[in-house]
Structures are given as structure tokens and as C-alpha cells.
Design a protein around this ligand. Structure first.
Ligand SMILES: NC(=O)c1ccc[n+]([C@@H]2O[C@H](COP(=O)([O-])OP(=O)(O)OC[C@H]3O[C@@H](n4cnc5c(N)ncnc54)[C@H](O)[C@@H]3O)[C@@H](O)[C@H]2O)c1
Length: 358
């Protein structure tokens, strides 16, 4: 079986060192750790504008000096990777992804949020499709066996049809809500959203004309085409999700530490059905990053589409910009597809220094 050669642009936290910050139970979490864990991939080159960070990555992951590049274009042209990871901030992402697919890279692992504007996201979709390149965006829960199991219960009909999704933590739109919104999309079978209504508590400071000077926090309501409603909150409960179906409820607590299901069992004093604790199906935890990479490998092997894809990543961006539009219109209902979004994230921020050890 072919070993695919991967290259990494952006060797900071999510690119290479976030494994030193997150619980070990997540397994390989950074892109570099994912390529190391996957038997079918080898990370053979890397690029960063910060030499020190790149050298540390080379040392940790065995990328020799001559395969470390300050210029990602040179790296792509010389190394011709099969898979390119783009773990920069969203402001740099579109330019790098588009260059890569135009120069022969057939699989992209792009961090979230996909890009800095909806126009950039459109350009990524167009370039990826024209060049026949696969793309998965790093919204990890889409490849998490726990959420797969939750979705499996919905799809099985065990607790009836899906009615409502409640996400207890959106956080800032690009950095954090991109994850939560993708999870809502996934749990509802990637059904299109027809409208959103949102409020950004710090939006008025963050939005400067067409420029978002900060990544604003946001919360709101999403109405899906199939009648399901999702509430994307910042309730203070942290990353917890409730999946409410016609005959039961599933809840994931404490960022995946506990999975619960309540389903019909008995009647109340008036003969109405009541919910009782059931057994959430057992599942084997596995690295979501590794699963995302294996999904790209499968696509390269077979030509079959990935679980993510550029269009779904673009739909995730559209939700972010629909939240912005709704806020600017006083919380009005914004219909999707979103027309005429001209906002763009452009922050004045320095990259973080990754933690090189636990
Ligand atoms: N999936 C997750 O759970 C998760 C977790 C953390 C971060 N992230 C995402 O990962 C991305 C990176 O986050 P981070 O905290 O590692 O970022 P960071 O800001 O610490 O690092 C970004 C790196 O990209 C490099 N870079 C920028 N432009 C470049 C270019 N043109 N060529 C080469 N290198 C370039 C910078 O020098 C820097 O080292 C963000 O989009 C973030 O939202 C995802």
C-alpha cells in the first residue's frame, strides 16, 4: 500500500505541538502527530515563517533541515506532497490552499475556520473542485467516534426523529464556533440551513466596517431545511451538546467525558410517556485527527469523497458570516444562501509560542 507524503504549513500549536496542551486521552491531536500515528502517511517537509518553531518541529518529527522551508510555495513545488496541512490562522489559509491545489496537491487538511471571508471560501471550493483535490477542515468532532455513535442513534430511529439540537458553547466565531456549528451540521446529516438569527455580545467593538478586527463571540438560532432547530448558546456549561429527538434525548457532558441517553420507559400519573436513563452504546475512542487523515488517505486511494469536503467547510463559513449579518441587522432573521457578504477577518495578532513539552 502506498505511503502518502504529507507536508505541513504552520508548525505552531495545531500544526505540531498542541499535544502538549490537550489531554492525552485525545490521542494524536496535532496534524504532525496525526501523520505520525497514521500508518499510511509520512510527514516529509514543513514550512513556517518562524525558523525556531520550524526547527523544533523538525527535531520532534524527524524532518531534516533541507526539508524545512520558510517559503511554502518553494516547498510545494520542490517536495510535491500528496497531502498538505494548512495550520496557519484563517487569514493566511485561502492563499496557501489555492496555491497548493493549483500546483498539484490532491489532498488538503485545512484548519478551521476555512478562510477569512466568504469570497475566499468560494475561491477555495472553486479551485479544489477544478483541480480534483480533496479537502477536510479540522473540525475534529466530525471524525470523533463518540459523536459518530450519537449520530448513529439518531439515524437508527431508536429515540425517534431529531427535533432540536442544543450546543452549550459557541465561543468566538472563527476559532471556536466553527467547531460547534460543524457539529450541529453533522448531527443533522449536513442538512442545509434556511435561516439564522444571532447576537454578537462584543460585535460592535470587533466589527469595523467590512473588517472584523477581532474574532467576535456569537450565539444564535439556526433553522434547518428539515425542520430541525439548533440553539447555539454560550450558556456557561462548556462544550456540552444535547440532541433532542421525538422519543428521547442524548447529552454529551464535559467535552466528551460522559455520554448519556434518556428514552421512553413508563408513564407519569396522567399516562404520558416519561424518559428514563438508557444505555448509550459503547464505542472505542480514537484520535479524531488520525481519522480525518485516514479519510483523506481513503479518498486518495479510491477517489471517493471525504466525510468533510470543501463545500461543507464553506457552508460552515457561511453560517459564521450569517451570524455577523444578523447581528448587524439587530438580530434579524438572515436567509441562506447568504447574499452579498463582504466582511473579512483581519486581526493584528502575533502567533502564539507553542509548548514544546508537557
Ligand atoms: N482543531 C482544533 O482543535 C484546533 C486547536 C487549536 C488551533 N486550531 C486552529 O489551527 C490554526 C492554527 O492555530 P495555532 O494556535 O497553531 O496558530 P498560531 O497563530 O500559533 O500559529 C500559526 C503559525 O502559522 C505560521 N504561518 C503564518 N503564515 C505562514 C506562511 N505564509 N507560511 C508558513 N507559515 C506561516 C506562523 O508563523 C505560526 O507559526 C488556527 O486556524 C486555529 O483556529 C485548531
Amino acid at each position: 500500500m502506498k505511503t502518502y507524503r504529507a507536508a505541513l504549513v504552520g508548525c505552531s500549536r495545531m500544526g505540531a505541538f498542541i499535544d502538549n496542551e490537550v489531554p492525552e486521552s485525545r490521542g494524536a491531536y496535532s496534524h504532525a502527530a496525526g501523520y505520525e500515528a497514521c500508518e499510511r502517511t509520512h510527514m516529509s517537509a514543513c514550512s513556517d515563517l518562524r525558523e525556531e518553531v520550524m526547527e523544533q518541529t523538525g527535531r520532534r518529527y524527524g524532518v531534516p533541515r533541507e526539508k524545512q522551508y520558510l517559503n511554502y510555495e518553494e516547498m510545494i513545488d520542490r517536495e510535491k506532497p500528496d497531502i498538505l496541512s494548512v495550520a496557519t490562522q484563517p487569514e493566511q489559509r485561502a492563499e496557501i490552499v489555492i496555491f497548493a491545489v493549483e500546483h498539484g496537491v490532491k489532498a488538503i487538511y485545512a484548519e478551521k475556520a476555512l478562510a477569512a471571508s466568504l469570497a475566499e471560501a468560494d475561491a477555495i471550493v472553486e479551485a479544489a473542485e477544478r483541480n480534483g483535490a480533496f479537502l477536510n477542515m479540522g473540525t475534529n468532532r466530525r471524525w470523533d467516534p463518540g459523536y459518530d455513535t450519537m449520530k448513529g442513534v439518531v439515524d437508527s430511529g431508536r429515540i425517534g426523529s431529531l427535533k432540536t439540537l442544543i450546543l452549550h458553547q459557541t465561543g468566538s466565531l472563527f476559532n471556536s464556533a466553527s467547531h460547534g456549528l460543524d457539529l450541529l451540521q453533522r448531527l443533522n446529516g449536513d442538512c442545509p440551513v434556511t435561516w439564522v438569527q444571532a447576537h454578537l455580545p462584543d460585535g460592535d467593538e470587533a466589527i469595523d466596517g467590512e473588517i472584523l478586527r477581532q474574532d467576535p463571540v456569537g450565539h444564535g438560532i439556526l433553522q434547518f431545511e428539515n425542520g430541525v432547530t439548533a440553539y447555539a448558546l454560550n450558556s456557561g456549561r462548556g462544550m456540552e451538546v444535547e440532541t433532542v429527538c421525538a422519543q428521547g434525548v442524548m447529552t454529551v457532558l464535559s467535552e466528551g467525558q460522559e455520554w448519556q441517553i434518556r428514552e421512553r420507559g413508563g408513564e407519569d400519573y396522567r399516562g404520558r410517556p416519561v424518559l428514563v436513563q438508557g444505555e448509550f452504546p459503547a464505542f472505542e475512542p480514537r484520535s479524531s485527527t488520525q481519522q480525518l487523515i485516514e479519510d483523506l488517505v481513503h479518498a486518495l486511494d479510491t477517489g471517493e469523497p471525504t466525510r468533510g469536503g470543501a463545500r461543507l467547510a464553506r457552508a460552515n463559513m457561511e453560517l459564521i458570516f450569517a451570524f455577523v449579518d444578523s447581528h448587524l441587522r439587530g438580530g434579524a432573521r438572515v436567509a441562506l444562501p447568504l447574499e452579498g457578504s463582504s466582511h473579512r477577518l483581519l486581526r493584528d495578532r502575533a502567533p502564539r509560542l507553542p509548548r514544546y513539552g508537557r
